[in-house]
Design a protein around this ligand. Sequence first.
Ligand code: ZN
Length: 277
Amino acid sequence: MRDFSRGPEHLAINQATTKGWSLEQAIEGYARHGVRGIAVWRDKLAELGLARAADMLKVHDMTVTGICRAGLLPEAEGGWPAARDDNKRAIDEAAALGARCLIVVAGGLPKGSKDLAGAQAAVIDGLAGLLEHARAAKVALALEPLHPMFAADRACVNTLSHANDLCDALGPGIGVAVDVYHVWWDPNLEREIARAGAAKRLLAFHVCDWLVPTTDLLLDRGMMGDGVIDIRKIRGWMEAAGYNGMCEAEIFSARNWWQRPCDEVVRTCVERHRTVV
Ligand code: ZN
């Protein structure tokens, strides 16, 4: 396994972790702490402008580990066709920034629907459409399975096994994002990481921690080391499967980390990356 104890060389930060910062502040702030990777959110990107963002990322020699995000297919207003234009723009932005991947969240049930299988089938159709444009733009799509508690409202793809099956069905150009918050509980995780690695589809690795108790399913993620996930063990599985990309800290934390100064948050990410990731 790679040695992370010396510094943040392999650390990226998802900019949602430092919610108080604009994209400009995040790029400069991360660089100030020696962090050379960032996952970019599209709303923050729109505020700064694509050209200016591309310039700044280059000046600070920053790797873009992902663009957040495309997807939300079955429940989009008007279904998949209505989501298509926005998703195409997301692909173009990912291409312009040279991002390692575009994160895709599958989406949940359409309003009022109980047809889970129907939603899951719609995801395949949506992804197939998205893939045509992504392949032409040479942007890798990273399908991120979300914890099953989000099956209704955010993503009806909830295990790495399901994501791997979809990738098998769809062919080249699509891989997976492994986020410990969503998949740490899965008894098949090691096997499915190995399966994804064998198919060269491990595109991103997101880290945070699972707090006990978790008081808000979406916005109470823990800092690495503060919860019950054996992050280093899962990183070991990722690296044994061939993953050599960055480890992206992604912490949505409305009542704790979002309340603190962003420099303190980044400093803590750097320290925990060295000691527990
Ligand atoms: Zn994630």
